[in-house]
Design a binder for this molecule. Structure first.
Ligand code: UDP
Length: 244
């Protein structure tokens, strides 16, 4: 008999992994050891029956906004940022498949030779079949971020939660790396995040999750076993929802 409390609290989730996480302790690029660790955590929950899809950032390789600030046309710089997310997605696909997990990469910018195009109903079907779907190239549009892409895909897939895997174990009142008095919130409302301008995800992503009623869970993906604990409603994290 399965203990009810041990059953995953969330059955279908979207995990947003920022490029910064995949960089590990390097200053730039993809740290394959970190990618392998994140893949192992994903494989663990996928094999136990949770439907899981991913949106991967690209900030470890290229950020449109900072390059635009250095004089490049914003839209072109953003397309380069989206291409960076495709590189990260392929690295994650490779790491997951080494662990025997079936995956599909779907790109918002068609790239027939290396990924499926994004097709919502097809992605839903992959998830039902137990495949991990990795959404690449963000929303496919400049002026957006992969946070917005994560919110959009979480809503489109009908996920129970948007999990934001970061290098900190939740949302703090100030940057815990700089301010020793910073405290971690257990729970916040979407409105708290927007009005206090807390740096969780960009405002468009928060607003979309509020409209769709999908909770956002912020946790540290660097801690071993944290993804599984979050799915079980255990461990340390901040949940953002509309609960009182
Ligand atoms: N980007 C974009 N549209 C999108 C998603 C991403 O133009 O829908 C570009 C944007 O330039 C961004 C870069 O891709 O800076 C990398 O994504 P992001 O900064 O969100 O990655 P993360 O911070 O999660 O690593």
């Amino acid at each position: 008999m399965t203990d009810a409390a041990a059953r995953p609290r969330f059955k279908k989730v979207l995990l947003k992994v920022s490029g910064e996480v995949l960089m590990g302790d390097q200053g730039y690029g993809i740290d394959m050891k970190t990618v392998d660790n994140v893949a192992a955590a994903i494989a663990d929950v996928a094999k136990s029956g949770t439907q899981i899809c991913l949106v991967i950032g690209g900030g470890n390789i290229f950020r449109g906004l900072s390059t635009a600030a250095a004089g490049m046309e914003r839209a072109s710089a953003d397309y380069m940022g989206m291409l960076a997310t495709v590189m990260n997605a392929l690295a994650m696909q490779n790491a997951l498949e080494k662990l025997g997990v079936y995956t599909r990469v779907q790109s918002a910018i068609p790239m027939a030779a290396i990924a499926e195009p994004y097709i919502r109903r097809r992605a839903v079907r992959h998830l039902e079949k137990g495949r991990v779907v990795i959404f690449a190239a963000g929303t496919g549009n400049p002026y957006f971020t992969t946070d917005t892409a994560a919110a959009l895909r979480a809503a489109e897939m009908g996920c129970d939660a948007l999990l934001k895997g970061t290098s900190v174990d939740g949302v703090y009142s100030a940057d815990p790396k700089k301010d020793k008095s910073a405290t971690r919130y257990d729970q916040l409302t979407y409105q708290d995040v927007l009005s206090r301008n807390l740096k969780v995800m960009d405002a468009a992503a928060i607003a979309l999750m509020r409209e769709s009623g999908i909770p956002i869970v912020v946790f540290s993906i660097r801690e071993e076993g944290s993804l599984r604990r979050v799915l079980n409603g255990e461990g340390t994290f901040t949940v953002i929802n509309d609960a009182a």
